[in-house]
Design a protein around this ligand. Sequence first.
Ligand code: FES
Ligand code: FES
Length: 155
Amino acid sequence: MNTIKFNLDGKIVEIETEPFKRLIDLLRYDLNVMGIKEGCGEGECGACVILLDDKLVNSCLIAAGIIDGAKIETIDSIKETPLGKSIIEAFADFGAVQCGFCTPGMVVASYYILKNSAKLTEDEIRYKLSGNICRCTGYDSIVRAVLNVANTMGK
Ligand code: FES
Ligand code: FES
């Protein structure tokens, strides 16, 4: 077991863990961040995405031991930011949520894309969200929601 210390959604957390435990399991089951979802468990669906030191990563592919000293942002803090709230409102307005399973990952990925792109077209949003799978909506409503937020931001 190793002791790791990191910033989780703005709070410093110190916890003992097996270094090769999957980060998704540490966050969900040891630290109760249940907004992170597990779909495929092998880096294909995007349900588990988080920001690790400002980069979008699949938490099912990360070993807990490497996040010592890192900054982690999950849906829990992102949904409280002005941009996160705008994305969630747009998802509701455009009917971009059905079962909701993909939604936390979609919101985190959209937040990352909107923060880190100077300009966004519909095609670029579709491409940049292609790592996130939705089995319900057919994607059009999600892309329109994100495009609406981008337009509101002048992107
Ligand atoms: S659960 Fe991590 S990418 Fe699917
Ligand atoms: S809304 Fe059901 S998987 Fe996307």
